[in-house]
Design a protein around this ligand. Structure first.
Ligand SMILES: Cc1cc2nc3c(=O)[nH]c(=O)nc-3n(C[C@H](O)[C@H](O)[C@H](O)COP(=O)(O)OP(=O)(O)OC[C@H]3O[C@@H](n4cnc5c(N)ncnc54)[C@H](O)[C@@H]3O)c2cc1C
Length: 316
């Protein structure tokens, strides 16, 4: 592969399993960890425009397939994790962990507490419109900066990103570099107490110590609080999975968690094929049981190694 010179780290044929929460997946053709914005811009400008790029954060919402990714994966790290404050505005680099942003904001009396228990970084939070406990990125989002596939810096508004429940749109190959959020005011001690309560609740209800990627499927009736009329969460994915008798259901080393039936876990030796097959089998059985088509929330990327996984439903 003909790759431009960089100041950061560029590794060809780099396995990705250790960079994802589920610990599965094959290699990327190359993994680039840019030193800073300038390094990223120069790389993208000089990289053959026919080569695909895939930006990633800390891999907490990804299944990388066993055959790996035919692209340059760009992993944002040091150089993209500054956090700064201007009144009620909080600007964070995309590699800043959500939890760190929430804690630093709280110490300033600013409420971004909803980010505290989400294990990703800010780039993934914007791309996924991450949210919990009733708040979403879209509710606080002011703007973001990205580097285009040709290496130019652009500023994006909410209109450009089309936030929806667990998602937003970004042109192929664009890499987010920072985002600005508007936070409400709060008392630092109370905000800290709220975050501790959220952590406790998570630990009591979700398999936070297992290898997972959070919710496997979107809640069938759930949309984000972005002003859309259909902002309801009556029907939970875990409930329809339970109703189909699939709590604890497993294929190979992949299992629907006995603790939370919408969390798919790697019990130790799962392959990406096991995990994706399990998800598709759950979709098939839920459809048979309730007529509902579950849609994946976890992003599955890359190529199969050998036999492809057969879709359990015709859509989603
Ligand atoms: C235990 C657990 C609990 C979870 N709970 C929640 C929850 O309550 N709410 C929730 O919303 N999510 C939850 N998640 C899912 C996950 O943490 C979020 O989706 C998170 O926002 C993903 O961030 P990441 O940095 O890991 O992104 P990754 O998984 O690395 O990537 C996710 C997507 O974002 C894109 N992306 C990442 N960085 C960039 C960038 N710089 N530029 C462009 N695109 C980028 C990737 O291309 C990919 O499409 C949970 C996950 C786990 C493991």
């Amino acid at each position: 592969m003909n790759l431009p010179d960089v100041r950061g780290t560029l590794t060809e044929n780099r396995p990705l399993a250790d960079l994802t929460w589920l610990r599965v997946g094959g290699p990327a053709d190359a993994l680039f960890q840019p030193a800073d914005v300038d390094d990223l811009q120069t790389f993208l400008k000089n990289l053959d425009q026919t080569i695909d790029v895939f930006p990633m954060g800390v891999g907490s919402n990804l299944i990388v397939r066993d055959g790996g990714i035919r692209a340059v994966v760009i992993r944002m790290g040091r150089g993209f994790n500054d956090i700064s404050f201007d009144g009620n505005l909080v600007t964070a680099g995309v590699a800043a962990l959500d939890a760190h942003v929430a804690r630093k904001a709280a110490a300033q009396g600013l409420d971004l507490t909803f980010l505290r228990t989400i294990p990703g970084a800010i780039g993934g939070a914007v791309r996924m419109n991450a949210g919990c406990y009733g708040s979403y990125v879209a509710d606080h989002f002011v703007s973001a900066k990205a580097v285009t596939r040709r290496g130019e810096i652009v500023t994006l508004t909410a209109d450009d990103l089309n936030f929806e429940y667990r998602g937003s749109t970004l042109p192929e190959g664009w890499v987010l570099i920072e985002a600005t959020f508007k936070a409400g005011n709060g008392d630092a001690t109370e905000l800290e107490a709220r975050m501790q309560a959220q952590l406790k609740k998570r630990d009591e209800t979700q398999p936070t110590k297992d290898r997972s990627a959070g919710s496997t499927f979107r809640n069938p009736a759930g949309f984000s609080s972005t002003g859309q009329a259909d902002d309801v969460h009556d029907l939970k994915a875990w409930k329809v999975i339970d109703d189909a008798g699939l709590r604890g259901f497993s294929i190979g080393g992949a299992q629907m968690s006995p603790m939370h039936s919408n969390f798919m876990i790697n019990t130790g030796d799962a392959t990406a094929h096991d995990l994706e097959s399990l998800g598709e089998e759950v979709r098939r059985k839920v459809f048979q049981n309730s007529g509902l088509t579950l849609r994946w929330e976890i992003k599955r990327i890359g190529e199969f190694l050998g036999k492809p996984v057969v879709s359990g439903c015709s859509t989603g």
